[in-house]
Design a protein around this ligand. Sequence first.
Ligand SMILES: [Zn+2]
Length: 59
Amino acid sequence: MPATDVLACPGCEAEVAFAAPPLLAEITECAECRTELEVVATDPVLLALAPEVEEDWGE
Ligand SMILES: [Zn+2]
């Protein structure tokens, strides 16, 4: 199994883990603050707050 990538959430600095290598422009969600995060770079992996769009927040 590949090593899990663990990054810091740019919103709350909680750890955000990826089970698989993150892909560019992949959207994930911080388990702590529920902020949507976008993978803006993969080497090294860099997360940014995803642009806010009106959509289902997954209640
Ligand atoms: Zn967070």
